[in-house]
Design a protein around this ligand. Structure first.
Ligand code: SF4
Ligand code: SF4
Length: 190
């Protein structure tokens, strides 16, 4: 009897709370910035071409072998408009086999692929989840616009430059060097 009353009180206390779940697919909860959806290819709007050079590193490292890529000589490089000698000609990811591990993004040295917020790309067609280069770039541009994506290597360079400035200021005595806290002696065991 007492336990039933306790249960009833708990129910009454929780009932007025706002639900934290949503009835999918009628309603969608907001996606967190850190959410890792399907990988997409990024677009270098300064030059007007993909970042991807077709180097195949991601293709070789993908644990599910769901990617393929083909490179070609970059015509914009010959015209002196792009630093990329090679550029991607064809790219495909089979989202049906992708496990969203993020390895492709990790290993790419050209900022060319990123994990987006895409997650609703289901299809009833047999090969309906194979995504080609134009669609990957389209999804990439969408993600770049909505998230304010910037090339990770650029962000890293800025961090390194800021660190060097702080270190140079500290060396010149403009700011006090960081205080190193003494480490506490190890605790004796029981
Ligand atoms: S996405 Fe990156 S690692 Fe993959 S082929 Fe393109 S440049 Fe190479
Ligand atoms: S996220 Fe993982 S499984 Fe998916 S394409 Fe990239 S490396 Fe392959």
């Amino acid at each position: 009897m007492l336990n039933s009353l306790k249960g009833l009180l708990l129910t009454l206390r929780i009932a007025p709370r706002k639900p934290v779940t949503a009835e999918y697919p009628k309603k969608h909860l907001p996606i967190q910035d850190s959410y890792m959806g399907f990988p997409v290819l990024t677009w270098d709007s300064r030059i007007g071409e993909p970042y991807c050079t077709g180097c195949m590193v991601c293709v070789r490292m993908c644990p599910t072998n769901c990617m393929s890529a083909l490179m070609k000589d970059n015509p914009l490089n010959k015209e002196g408009k792009s630093p990329r000698k090679k550029i991607i000609e064809a790219f495909e990811i089979n989202y049906g086999r992708c496990i969203l591990c993020g390895i492709c993004e990790e290993v790419c040295a050209f900022d060319a692929i990123t994990m987006s917020h895409q997650h609703e790309l289901g299809s009833m067609a047999r090969n309906g989840r194979r995504v080609d280069l134009p669609r990957l770039l389209e999804l990439g541009k969408l993600y770049q616009d909505e998230s304010g994506w910037r090339p990770p290597t650029e962000i890293e360079k800025e961090k390194q430059a800021a660190l060097k400035t702080v270190q140079a200021s500290a060396a010149a005595g403009a700011i006090p060097p960081p205080v190193v806290q003494p480490t506490s002696p190890p605790q004796a065991g029981p």
